[in-house]
Design a protein around this ligand. Structure first.
Ligand code: ZN
Ligand code: ZN
Length: 351
């Protein structure tokens, strides 16, 4: 079967590999759509970040690895002992692989597993930029008939956003700022609006993405290359937002997010970083602000599926391009990394 393998930075190849062989407890899936995630872009442009180059402690995997973890498809085979899904079911998959034994796993926080691995990064079952992939039964979720495969490919990033909002100090009536209007930022805008935000500021350099943000419920969009975003937010809110979400992984955005948050407020970092950032601790000390980080999702796929299928989170307009696997690098990665940032979510059809 055809699959996209990460060999190294700026070296992703579409090659023929063997189909994964079914095993007890596993579910084999024919991939219909797999979205390109910011994580894939980080690995392509600046990796390895999560991709193991020596054997992964939990899975034993190392590069080259099959990429792709935001996906939907059809169950085509089930392993011995699998009871919750059947051949023919339409599904999406939580891309987290956890040990089940560490301190984090012991309290159900499998997204913080001390030896965490990810589908499409360090999984023994491959990734979803491939015609066929496989996953553990408990990570496979059926989707309702009313939900499209395209929508189902967005469940994973949406589940991360639901996890971020629920983990934050955000309360109905709060003002929020969102830094970065890529797929994660736009989902945060929608989730914050649905949760009763009393004003949503979006800071984004791309004009196209600012337009998306306005359509999805942003109150004010700010181009940080033309305006002092922290000053605009402070002026409009009388001192800053209650909660700021940082979804860019850029140093300047993190600084502005901290500056644009009011005393007692919270900065929620949902981005993955390619390098270090600089923080002046007094910004937190003198204002009793807090900052938290968010990784992946945890125990919330079912409610995220229903938030999308009921339309609370509208994901269709975020899908701005659909491509085949052979065009993954040129029309996918390079397009998303380009200067214009005209695309939001690009879906890939491996078949
Ligand atoms: Zn992702
Ligand atoms: Zn664990």
């Amino acid at each position: 079967m055809r699959a996209a393998l990460w060999y190294g930075r700026r070296d992703v190849r579409i090659v023929d590999i063997a189909e994964p062989a079914i095993a007890p407890g596993k579910v084999k899936i024919r991939v219909v759509w797999c979205g390109i995630c910011g994580t894939d872009l980080h690995e392509y442009a600046a990796g390895p970040i999560f991709i193991p180059v020596t054997p992964h402690p939990l899975t034993g995997q190392q590069a080259p690895v099959v990429l792709g973890h935001e996906f939907s498809g059809d169950v085509i085979e089930i392993g011995a002992g699998v009871t919750s899904v059947e051949v023919g079911d339409r599904v999406c998959v939580e891309p987290i692989i956890s040990c089940g034994r560490c301190a984090a796993c012991a309290i159900g926080k499998y997204n913080l597993c001390r030896s965490i691995a990810f589908h499409g990064i360090s999984s023994p079952d491959g990734g979803a930029f491939a015609e066929i992939t496989m996953a553990d039964e408990r990570m496979v979720h059926r989707i309702p008939d009313s939900m499209s495969y395209e929508q189902a490919a967005i469940v994973e990033p949406a589940a991360m956003v639901v996890h971020a909002i629920r983990s934050s100090r955000f309360r109905v009536g709060d003002r929020v700022a969102v830094f970065g209007a890529g797929p994660i930022g736009l989902l945060i805008v929608q989730a914050a609006r649905a949760s009763g935000a009393n004003g949503i500021f979006v800071v984004e350099t791309s004009a196209v993405r600012r337009e998306h943000a306005l359509r999805m419920g942003a109150s004010i969009v700010i181009d940080p290359t033309r305006e002092d975003a922290a000053a605009v937010i402070a002026e409009e809110t009388g001192g800053g937002v209650e909660v700021a979400f940082e979804a860019t992984g850029a140093k300047q955005a993190l600084s502005t997010a901290i500056a644009g948050t009011k005393f007692g407020g919270q900065v929620v970092v949902v981005s993955v970083w390619e390098g270090d950032a600089t923080i002046q601790p007094n910004q937190f000390v003198f204002n009793e602000k807090t900052m938290i980080g968010i990784l992946g999702n945890c125990n919330n796929f079912p409610e995220t599926i229903s938030l999308i299928s009921s339309g609370v989170l509208g994901v269709d307009s975020m899908i701005t391009r659909r491509i085949g696997l052979d065009d993954l690098v040129s029309d996918g990665f390079d397009a998303l990394l380009g200067a214009t940032k005209e695309h939001v979510k690009i879906l890939v059809s491996p078949s």
